[in-house]
Structure formats: structure tokens, C-alpha cells
Design a protein around this ligand. Structure first.
Ligand code: DX5
Ligand code: ZN
Length: 228
């Protein structure tokens, strides 16, 4: 991982990519300006959808030259931490709602050599991360209920981002927003203090590996909107 900064980072979610061509899709979004690659792991239990597990994440790894940002929407988390470390995740994010012992989970993630992230569902208050700030490198604020791409941004998230930004203060903790981020909502989340913007449908919309310049236009438009 690169040195910590609060520049806006665009993290396309490959949930909106062609699942039969992940390697080519990852190379395309990075060539077109993606800062991080966001990888959504779902278990059909914590969220009502299934995607893939550590073996596929490991297969994607050699194609990722930036940062592999892995968002676990699974419960339990702990039995799989070593597998995701072995798969090469740079950041591994677990939901605070996914189990009763989040400190243990976050410490195990760091112990396995990864950056530790904690994610909050839209219904979980900002205060839930206050006791965790010494144990995390990233806070992920869900701005839709996790499970699917292409959902509508929940505007109540904005106040939560601002509260978390204040809570984080000078700590080197990234504040990431995930769900419904596009040119209309990017300025709102950036103004509230987010520095990492996950975008799935808004990046992949209209493009393909053969028309990757459209990914580039989408990424540039979101970044420009966020910068204001
Ligand atoms: C949703 C995932 C998101 C999703 C975002 O559960 O965590 O990363 O892919 O997709 P969009 O940007 O389409 O809302
Ligand atoms: Zn995600």
C-alpha cells in the first residue's frame, strides 16, 4: 500500500464487472484511472446474495497493481481471515454487525498482515466504531443495504459520514463510502469527509473491456464531481 493520504480515491466495485472476465476487467479499470479495486465477497447468509470466495480473490490478485480492497459481507468472518490473507488482500473489511467479537476479528486481520477495515450497515450508528478506532485502518460506511449493486443512495448516510470524519480526527484511517455513489452523490460524500469512494454501476455503466475508455470517462467524472 502507498503512503496514507486523504486524496479522493475511486474504487470501482467489480460486482458490476463481467464475472467471466475479471482479469481483463481489473486491468481495464486500472488502466483507466482506478485507485483501488473493490472486491465484494457475499455469503448468501449475512446478505441475500452470493458472489465468490478466497480462491477467486486469489485468482484476481496478480491482475491488481493498485490496492485490493476486499469487502466481506459474510458471517462468521474469523475462520476465513487466513484464506483472504493468503489470497493477497491488502485491505480486509468486516462488518461490525457480522459477529459478537469485532475487536478479535480486527486484530486477527492486522495480525495476518493486512490493513483492517470495519463496515457499518445503514442502520448502524456512527458510535459503533468509537471503541474500535485504535484497531482499524479504514471505516466503510454503507450507503445502501449491502447485497446488490445499482441501489439508490440513502441520504441519511451523509450526516453519519460527517460524524465519523470528526471522530477519526488526525488518525490515519480512511473513510470509505459504498453504495449508490455516482456524479450526483460523490460531491455530497466527499464534502462530508469521505476519501475513498466505491462505485460499481456508475463506473461500469456503458463500458466493456473492449470499450474501456468509457470506464475512464465514468471514473474521471466521479472524481471531478467529488473534487467539486
Ligand atoms: C453492495 C456492495 C457494493 C456495490 C456498489 O453490497 O458492497 O460495493 O457493488 O454498487 P453500486 O455502486 O452500483 O451501488
Ligand atoms: Zn462493497
Amino acid at each position: 500500500m502507498t503512503v496514507f493520504d486523504r486524496q479522493i480515491k475511486i474504487a470501482p466495485s467489480i460486482l458490476s464487472a463481467d464475472f467471466a472476465a475479471f482479469g481483463a476487467e481489473v486491468r481495464a479499470i486500472e488502466a483507466q484511472g482506478a485507485d483501488w479495486v473493490h472486491v465484494d465477497v457475499m455469503d448468501g447468509h449475512f446478505v441475500p446474495n452470493l458472489t465468490f470466495g478466497p480462491q477467486l480473490v486469489k485468482a484476481i490478485r496478480p491482475h491488481v497493481k493498485t490496492v485490493m480492497d476486499v469487502h466481506l459481507m459474510i458471517a462468521p468472518v474469523d475462520p476465513y481471515i487466513d484464506a483472504f490473507a493468503d489470497a493477497g488482500a491488502d485491505i480486509l473489511t468486516a462488518h461490525v454487525e457480522a459477529g459478537p467479537h469485532i475487536h478479535r476479528t480486527l486484530q486477527a486481520i492486522r495480525g495476518a498482515g493486512m490493513k483492517a477495515g470495519v463496515a457499518l450497515n445503514p442502520g448502524t450508528p456512527a458510535e459503533a466504531v468509537a471503541p474500535l478506532l485504535d484497531d482499524v485502518d479504514l471505516v466503510l460506511v454503507m450507503s445502501v443495504n449491502p447485497g446488490f449493486g445499482g441501489q439508490k443512495f440513502i441520504h441519511a448516510t451523509i450526516d453519519k459520514i460527517a460524524a465519523l470524519r470528526e471522530m477519526i480526527g488526525d488518525r490515519e484511517i480512511h473513510l470509505e463510502v459504498d453504495g449508490g455513489v455516482d456524479v450526483a452523490t460523490a460531491p455530497l460524500v466527499a464534502k462530508a469527509g469521505a476519501d475513498a469512494l466505491v462505485a460499481g454501476s456508475a463506473v461500469f455503466r456503458g463500458g466493456s473491456v473492449d470499450e474501456a475508455q468509457i470506464y475512464g470517462e465514468n471514473i474521471a467524472a466521479i472524481r471531478a464531481a467529488a473534487r467539486g
